[in-house]
Design a protein around this ligand. Structure first.
Ligand code: FAD
Length: 390
């Protein structure tokens, strides 16, 4: 269920492993490489390069069931679609992505429809982010991150640094007050990367509000209400431009299925964080943004989860009792710290850095890493990851 980064990768891998009857339920005719949207918002890439026809990324041999899953009956092993189909399965891989809950912040949905607010979290809005950044010469710019799990926890910061560096190049940064609103007590969950990011925000003179969250927007009056959870204080900040990231959760229909964790307000598919198998339904696996595993939700995590899910599904189909593969929580976040530098934060469940590139110091922002983000990772995604080769 779901033909995004996770679904297409796992389907290709299952095919390579010799599984023949694979159906992929996916409603959208277009496949998106979402990590590029940060660069689009920062004026460093065009939006068209982030989209390709779904039919061009699906491995030949996988049947595309064009439709929207809306129910699962794990006892009968069936999936129901909004189009009225019922599909039976031996194994089910759940990966319909995450839901953007714009409505959870009063005024946010109206704000993104108004002229001064944007979000890189939508294909149609990422170019607007760049328009706002490009045309700004002075005033206050606010960048926000919600609490709770979101896809790419670094993205709310990345766009702030791309904007700051553009304004620095233009000589207007000194006339712009930048406010970065973060729900966390530090800049990043892994101390060594947090220290590097502290240097980055100091360089640009960004005012960081920690333990804080956007709770209300007045789009017409251009005011953002920010709550400081540590002090309980509330502040109303006037803005000339704002980049928002909405709160996120599992898709509502998935929350309503028996696959959702009963105690999880996010409603994600409740899986074992190592085997990726559902804790109650052994024929069901989940990965990517819709799974409950407590890794950072990124495409990079999926690159490591997809081989694990594939191996464990295949082992089960062949009658093995034991699941052979285990995921260690690896995730990485390529944080663009300027228009030409990137900090490749790689870590796992232990929250220790786990660099995959030998010989170079990746706990520092680097120029060569920029090229990896801009050119290397998109190439890897379209040509290797979606084909189940890495
Ligand atoms: P998705 O790729 O979102 O795919 C979900 C699929 O499910 C979609 O095709 C959708 O159409 C389909 N679907 C939805 N509803 C249904 C339904 N009812 N039935 C069937 N199918 C359905 N990751 C990184 O690794 N590095 C980065 O630098 C990075 N930057 C990012 C920047 C931004 C601005 C954003 C938004 C994301 C970024 N990510 C990054 C995160 C990455 O894009 C996601 O983690 C990844 O795409 C998740 O893959 P997925 O397959 O779980 O979900």
């Amino acid at each position: 269920m779901g033909g995004g980064s996770a679904g297409v990768s796992v389907a290709a891998r299952l095919l390579r492993a010799g599984v023949r009857d694979i159906g992929l339920v996916e409603p959208s005719a277009t496949h998106y490489y979402q990590p590029l949207w940060t660069l689009v918002g920062g004026g460093r890439a065009g939006i068209a390069a982030s989209a390709r026809p779904q039919s061009s990324v699906l491995a030949r041999g996988v049947s595309w069931i064009r439709g929207r899953a809306e129910s699962v009956n794990p006892d009968e092993r069936t999936v129901g679609t909004a189009e009225g189909k019922t599909i039976g399965y031996d194994r089910l891989v759940v990966c319909p992505g995450i839901q953007l809950d714009w409505h959870r912040v009063p005024g946010m949905a109206e704000a993104i429809a108004a002229p001064h607010t944007s979000s890189n979290y939508r294909y149609d809005l990422a170019p607007k982010t760049w328009e706002l950044i490009r045309s700004m010469r002075s005033g206050t710019a606010v960048f926000t991150m919600p609490s709770g799990p979101i896809k790419c926890g670094g993205a709310p910061q990345k766009i702030a640094y791309l904007a700051a560096d553009h304004w620095r190049e233009r000589g207007v940064l000194k006339d712009i007050r930048m406010v970065l609103v973060l729900p966390t007590p530090g800049m990043f969950g892994v101390p060594v990367f947090a220290e590097e990011l502290e240097r980055v925000v100091a360089r640009y003179g960004i005012e960081v509000r920690h333990n804080s969250e956007l709770v209300k927007v007045d789009p017409d009056g251009r005011r953002a209400v920010i709550v400081d959870h540590a002090s309980g204080g509330r502040d109303s900040v006037g803005f000339d431009m704002m980049h928002v990231v909405p709160p996120q959760s599992a898709p509502d229909w998935l929350k309503a299925t028996p696959l959702a964790g009963p105690d999880d307000p996010g409603g994600y598919a409740e899986i074992d964080k190592h085997t990726m198998r559902h804790v109650r339904y052994p024929e069901v696996f989940a990965l990517g943004d819709a799974g409950s595993s407590p890794n950072s939700k990124t495409g990079a995590a999926i690159r490591k989860q997809a081989p694990v899910v594939t191996e464990n599904v295949v082992a089960g189909l062949r009658g093995a009792e034991r699941l052979p593969a285990s995921y260690n929580g690896y995730s990485s976040c390529p944080i663009t710290t300027s228009r030409r530098h990137m900090l490749l934060a790689e870590f796992d469940y232990t929250l220790e850095p786990c660099p995959s590139i030998p010989m170079i110091n990746t706990v520092r922002e680097r120029r060569d890493m920029w090229y990896l983000k801009r050119y290397g990772l998109p190439f890897l995604y379209w040509n290797l990851m979606l084909r189940g080769r890495v």
